[in-house]
Design a protein around this ligand. Structure first.
Ligand SMILES: Nc1ncnc2c1ncn2[C@@H]1O[C@H](COP(=O)(O)OS(=O)(=O)O)[C@@H](OP(=O)(O)O)[C@H]1O
Length: 303
């Protein structure tokens, strides 16, 4: 096989391969197949590129689900773990960051997700210093539910944690919300968005509804694929609703024995929070939500 033909074959095979089972089968398996068949291949196809699209937030919005669903697409390659480059590891330098990326062939998009970028003051200017052309995706979710989800995660690591209401309010009876608590602060989306819009035009941002990602993943994934300039490949036929999990999961990829739901840390049972506490928090968020709808041009329908 001449080299050009071989790369074409490799690229086509890889497309099929990533579409069906990317997260379950190590990418080296394809190369092993070639090795077994006597064809020598070094693990250097494609190249490591800076991400052209980044899922920047929000924490507990549904960012893992979005990334895993996107990875079904043959033209998307993504880092599995969160790199935290633009918040924690910026001093390691851009080459360090690029090296974390998977190799991509021409036409494939490199992606990563780190939900804390959305609330990191320095992240927009740093990301723009890499490339102001980067497409940014934000998965947003009702900030009250998001705060409870955030609290649930911390509680799962520290069962001695004080109650939700004692953390959310400076004074529960006066209803003064403690905006220094990160679980509250992250949900003030409009404020964080202002910071991003100082560096990126609104057209570079896509807001994904965390609620619709659960109720109608195919529809939401359609919007995401359009925004990324990808062919609409991920569709209804990739999802089924798993009633035990209470969430949509990916159907069994070919060659795998099981369908794929996200792990136990996604879709935790939330503790019961008193209704009046949730009500007070809803009132607090209302003006922020309205401003967020105005800026983004989308009404997410949170009460
Ligand atoms: N398909 C599917 N399966 C499981 N979970 C799903 C799914 N789609 C969205 N979600 C919601 O994602 C919430 C976790 O959000 P993130 O992945 O952004 O969390 S994290 O910031 O990365 O920790 C997680 O929050 P909790 O329910 O509070 O655990 C889920 O509600």
């Amino acid at each position: 096989m001449n080299l050009e033909l071989f790369y074409l074959f490799l690229s086509k095979e890889k497309m099929k391969f990533t579409a069906l089972s990317q997260p379950l089968v190590p990418e080296n398996s394809l190369l092993e197949t070639f090795a077994k068949s006597g064809i020598f291949v070094s693990n250097t196809y494609g190249s490591k590129k800076f991400p052209q699209a980044v899922i920047i937030g929000v924490k507990k919005g549904g960012t893992r689900a979005l990334l895993e669903f996107l990875r079904v697409h043959p033209d998307v390659r993504a880092v599995g773990a969160e790199p935290h480059f633009f918040d924690r590891f910026y001093d390691k330098g851009l080459e360090w960051y690029r090296n974390l990326m998977p190799r991509t062939l021409d036409g494939q998009i490199t992606m990563e997700k780190t939900p804390s970028y959305f609330v990191t003051k320095e992240a927009p200017s740093r990301l723009c210093a890499m490339s102001c052309e980067t497409k940014l995706i934000v998965v947003v979710r009702d900030p009250v539910t998001r705060a409870v989800s955030d609290y649930t995660q911390t509680l799962s690591k520290n069962p001695e944690l004080p109650s939700f209401q004692s953390l959310a309010f400076k004074n529960v009876s006066s209803g003064a919300v403690d905006t220094t608590w990160s679980a509250v602060r992250i949900g003030m989306y409009a404020q964080h968005l202002d910071n991003w819009l100082r560096h990126f035009p609104l057209s570079h941002l896509l807001f994904v509804s965390g609620e619709r990602l659960v109720s109608d993943p195919a529809e939401e994934m359609g919007r995401v694929q359009d925004f990324l300039g990808l062919k609409r490949i991920i569709s209804d036929k990739h999802f089924y609703f798993n009633h035990t999990k209470g969430f949509p999961c990916l159907k069994k990829p070919e060659g795998s024995s099981r369908p794929r739901c996200l792990g136990k840390s996604k879709g935790r049972t939330h503790p019961r929070i008193p209704t009046e506490v949730l009500h007070k928090l809803r009132e607090f968020y209302r003006p922020f939500n309205l401003r967020f709808y105005q800026i983004s041009g989308q009404d997410f329908g949170w009460e």
